[in-house]
Each structure stands twice: as structure tokens, then as C-alpha cells.
Ligand binder design. Sequence first.
Ligand code: NAD
Length: 362
Amino acid sequence: VKVRVLKESAPGERRVAATPETVKKLLARGAAVEIESGAGLAAGFVDQAYVDAGGSLVDAGAGDDADVIVCVQAPQAARLQQLKTGATLVGMLNPDADDGRAQAMQSRQLAVFPLEKLPRTTRAQAMDVLSSQAGMAGYKAVLIAAQLAPRFFPMLTTAAGTIRPSRVLIVGAGVAGLQAIATSKRLGAQVEGFDVRPETREQIESLGGKFLDLGVSAAGEGGYARQLTEEERAEQQARLAEHLKSVDVIVCTAAVPGRPAPKIISRAMVEGMKPGSVIVDLAAETGGNCELTEPGQTIDHKGVVVSGPLNLASMGAVHASEMYARNVLNFVSLFINDGQLAFDWDDELLARTRWPQPPSSA
Ligand code: NAD
């Protein structure tokens, strides 16, 4: 079985789907591994390191007869058309987001595994790309906020007087939010967080944050949040508006799977904040938690800076790639053994991740 590691083509994408370490492990499973020249460079892995690990170099896009193709983001439709008929494609493919790509995947009869669709079971944790990448995103979001803020995060006692610590609020306490809380805390801020899943209280507190109780609880299926009802949303909004008047920095991370990001911070709330406050909206990719967020932009709204950075995980490409590559290795190890491809469709990790999902028999 031949595995190919793609050079990413999406603008600004610095990550890579395999590292020299994971290439070695793929070889140990009996696979041959081809790396598209330059694939790892932006993540700190030079071509020679892959060769030293036992991989072989190929030109990006050149004659593609690989059985398994691994990538970070989905390749363009034209690139997909070059893949071998019936090949297996693994990555954060988001196939439903782009008709052209979806058609290309189907016309090549690819076995498509969008890793973002992995069930979030205990066994899947070692392959969970959403978690591994969200950790980096939460970390970077706080650093961006600290960079944009005209204040110190920590408390300082100096001869020129005492500086109060920044008050940081993290909206949403999933994987990214919890890392954002931990990072703000390490920088010395006074940190609060909230989420609609009640179990997050304990998680926030265990990181030294304070749980901001907005009186709304909306745990949904599979450990995720559900969308709030109109009444719940109004209740959350009213309590939050009052609270935000004293907050210096907000980092937004709230998401509901398969839906646009919930709108939590309204224009009026932003206008009620102190000038010099900063909002970093990590949910910008799916529309943002703040009404004023412009994806990919940093704007100033009446003295409040609102930033909507995209693809934060790619900013930390070295570690994000190391973790992503291990996730990919663990996933493909489900079906690459002794140099052979074998799919066990009774394995729910394969069956539930595969795209498109066969129509349910229920
Ligand atoms: P996510 O990115 O889908 O959402 C981020 C957070 O936003 C979630 O905590 C969600 O509850 C919160 N949220 C949604 N709507 C909100 C609102 N209106 N107001 C405030 N907060 C809101 O979630 P995630 O980070 O991917 O993880 C969600 C959960 O799944 C976590 O409990 C995580 O621990 C769990 N998880 C389990 C596994 C596993 O067992 N394999 C792996 C990863 C994550």
C-alpha cells in the first residue's frame, strides 16, 4: 500500500499531515510513503528529514497512483480528479462545504474520511483532530488578545503604582476555550468562563478560572451543546450585557456542530464595553460569536477592537502538525496493517466517519 502526503494548497495553510516521525511509523506498518516535495517546510520539516525517515519525495501533483492520500485541508477539485480511482482520502475534508469537491470525490469513487466527523468516543481521542487543533487555536487566540490589548494581563506592583490584572472572559469552554482559560491564567489575568454545558463549571474552576453563571443550561447529544431556545438566549444575553461592562478582554470560542456559530455578543454589548477593550473571536470561521466580527479582519468599533482571525491552528504549525500527524497515523492504522489495506466496517470509527454516510436503516 502506498501512502501519499500532500503539499497543502489552501492559502495560508502551514500545517502538514505527516511528520518524519509518523512516516517512520507508517513504514513500520508496511506502507510505502511518498511526500510531495516541500510539504512540511512551513511546519518546520524539510524534505531531507522525510527522506531520512525512509520516505520518498515526489513532485506536488505529479502522477498520482497512491492508495491512501493524507492531507490537512481538502485539495481543489482539479487535484482530486488526478487521484487514483477508488483511492482513500483522509483529512479535514469538510466535503459538504463545496459541491465541486464533493462531486470530484464521488466521480473518482474515493473512500472519503473527513476526520472532523469522527465520533467523540474514548477510543477516538487519539485521532481527534478537532481537539488537537482547537488546543492550539485557543492558545493563539489569547496571545493575539494580549498583543492587541493596551493593558498588562498580570497584576503588577511597581514604584509607579499598582496595575490591576486584566479581566478576561472566555465564551465557550470546550477544548479551545479551556486552553484559552489556561493560557490567560498563565499570563496572570483574572479569568472567567462560561458555557451552556453545566459540566464545564468544574473544568473551568480546575484551571483557576471562575464560572460565570448566566442561568442557562443546554447540554445536547454526544457531549455537545444544543442550540438555545429564544427564551434561553434572551436570558443569557441580558445577564451577559450587564457583566461585560467590567470586562477588558473577551475570547469567543462557542460553537454548535454543523451550525453557524451562536451569536452571543451583540453590537449593543460591544458598545457597552469600556474603550480599550478587546474581543478575539475564534468562532470567526463559522460566522463569529460577536455580531461585529468580520472573519479575517481586525476592526475598531468605537474604541473596542474586534478581531476575527482565521485558521489559528496553522499559526502554530509545528506543534499543530505534530499532533495532527499523530491523529492521522492513528486513524489510518485502523485500515493499514502488514502493508495491506483492510476496512472493517463493523468498526464504528470507520463506519461513522466515512462520507457520504449510507442512508440509515432506521
Ligand atoms: P465545540 O467546538 O463544538 O464548542 C465549543 C464550546 O462552545 C462547547 O463547550 C459548547 O458547549 C459551547 N457552546 C455552544 N453554544 C454556546 C452558547 N450559546 N453559549 C456558551 N457556550 C456555548 O466543542 P468542543 O470543544 O469540540 O468539545 C465539546 C465537548 O466534547 C467537550 O465536552 C469536550 O470535552 C468533548 N470532547 C470529547 C472527546 C472524546 O471523548 N473523544 C473529544 C473531544 C471533545
